[in-house]
Design a protein around this ligand. Sequence first.
Ligand code: AMP
Length: 220
Amino acid sequence: MNLILFGPPGAGKGTQAQFIVERLGVPQVSTGDMLRAAVKAQTPLGIMAKKIMDSGGLVSDDVVMAIVKDRLAQPDCENGFVLDGFPRTIAQADALDKMLVEIGREIDCVISMELDDSQIIQRLSGRRTCSVCGKGYHLTYDPPASVDQCTLCGGPLVQRDDDRERTIINRLDVYARQTAPLKDYYEQSGLLRHIEGCGSIKEIQLQISSLLEGRQGDHS
Ligand code: AMP
């Protein structure tokens, strides 16, 4: 199944994408993770993207399309994928449609996680990531055993630069102006399914499960 997990920053897309990965056995394709890996490796792409990401802006459509195209061509995407944080603009959604037509595939479902601004700010400001293994936590919803240490590998937990309050406000603005219009885009194509993004991780997983069961029924 080819899925898009859609929602504002901090909606929990990464966490729920992991759940879908385990449930469907398809890889998570997160443009944010791929860009952060490039920043960490200090590749020319990473060096260029870092400034934009730290300010809360969007990396150019061409750059993002190139990394997604490469990623979807990998063998592990043959049986499906879950896109997380992509597309983020109408131009990216159009380019994705064209790319999928070229390879004879299509999106099966767009899951939209709904959350209001105050909930988003609370989610983002409590988010922490292990600087060694990359595991994500939330200080309230998915706390590590020790507040500044990864429960899995013991590495130090850090706050992403773009999760600080100043950047959050810009990210929300960018989301409202450039990304939220995609809801209409996918509504019109009949692919959009809404879920309530403000419950516990488990509650959201249950909503996703019943949605996926419905879709798998459609496919059989
Ligand atoms: P995320 O982890 O999805 O919140 O992404 C972190 C940052 O990476 C975003 O704030 C953008 O600067 C950049 N980014 C991730 N995905 C995209 C995308 N599809 N288009 C443009 N920029 C992106």
